[in-house]
Design a protein around this ligand. Sequence first.
Ligand SMILES: [Zn+2]
Length: 436
Amino acid sequence: MNLWNPYLETLARPELAQIELSYFRNILSYAREHSDLYRDKLKDVDPDDIETVDDVKHIPLTDKNDLRKYQEMSPYPYGGILGRDMDEVTTYRQTSGTTGKPVYVPETYESWQWRVEAWCHILYMAGFRSSHRIFLPFGYNVYVAFWEAHYASEKIGCEVIPGGALDTKGRIHKIIETRSNAMANTPTYGLHIAQEAQAMGIDPKSLGIERMICAGEPMSEPTRKRLEELFGCRTFDHIGGTEPCGWAGMCEAQEGLHVIEPFFLVEILDRETLTREVEEGEMGVAVVTPLGRRSFPLIRFDTKDLVVKGTSGCACGRTSQRIREVVGRTDDLRKIRAVLFSPKSVEEVIRENFREVAEYEILVERKGTMDEIPLRIELLPNLAQDEIDCLKMSLSEKLKVKANLSFRVNVEPTGTLPRYTLKASRFKDLREVNNE
Ligand SMILES: [Zn+2]
């Protein structure tokens, strides 16, 4: 079998549960003793009382605001979230800060290696091997994802080509020059590279990319398939974040994501109460505890990622819990005209049916007492006016069916809408009062 860690990846479910509970108790004890955040938060919790997964549900959740608050303490910049001596920290990373002040993430050499090992699982199950020369088309800066991909690729034995400090054309030339055959990128930037290559008269298929792993944004299934078709490659998804690390990845069966067990204890809780584990096939919020990292202990972190719970077990032989689908972020869910809306529904409609749409942006505005949803789109060049009219009508109809809402489709001149490389932000709620 093609497994990175054949022992861990095929453990029977009861054994996995036992290991995870014992790791959970350990990290809980450790956090209470070594992190100011958990010294306060867990003062009434006795790790010896945790005997089953149900007992875990009584422990308080941690969210980004807790981290922001405690990192204000000494020592700068990590404060009370630090779980080791400051002198042991070897790696600084941070969140993007799109929803407020960034969270600063400390890693010791040991904890960074733990992250890298978790990412090796993600890459290996996506078929990355020593025969791959992997191109990373970004300057990674202080953000974590592509550094993890970089180090984990090396650990697996891939050859890594860092593609920072180049523009997109330069990167395409570099892929050709180095004969890179794999890539790690955001879905948005993958589509952009394909568009740019086509504009240069190069068929993206001729770049020779065999495998692609996507990071940085939720990816819809039509987008994943579109990337496969454009590059003639196999494209894999994963889910993770700066605070918890990458915690689930897609295997060759490409049916949902495998939780990387027993590196993480993952709970999928009902969105309203955050207390009940959802059933298979039901949507919930992922609450993640990294079980082996001590530099920055994190207990029951509310990721705000909405996922659909899948089965455990798979044709690939792995026994881990699966995530059927990543739906998006709870931050992005909105009630519009009493309908619950996720921006991913628009992404799915556009990528599946309207290849002429080069870029888009969804706005929500309040006009009087009514919510309106302008959808701004940019189209590929050389479309006749009747084709544009037809596309607008068809897009509105399909969106109405998919999202149960009416959109006002506006065609914008080429170059009007922002282009994204690291983290796309195509949804803006401009209403004064968020009526979520
Ligand atoms: Zn599998």
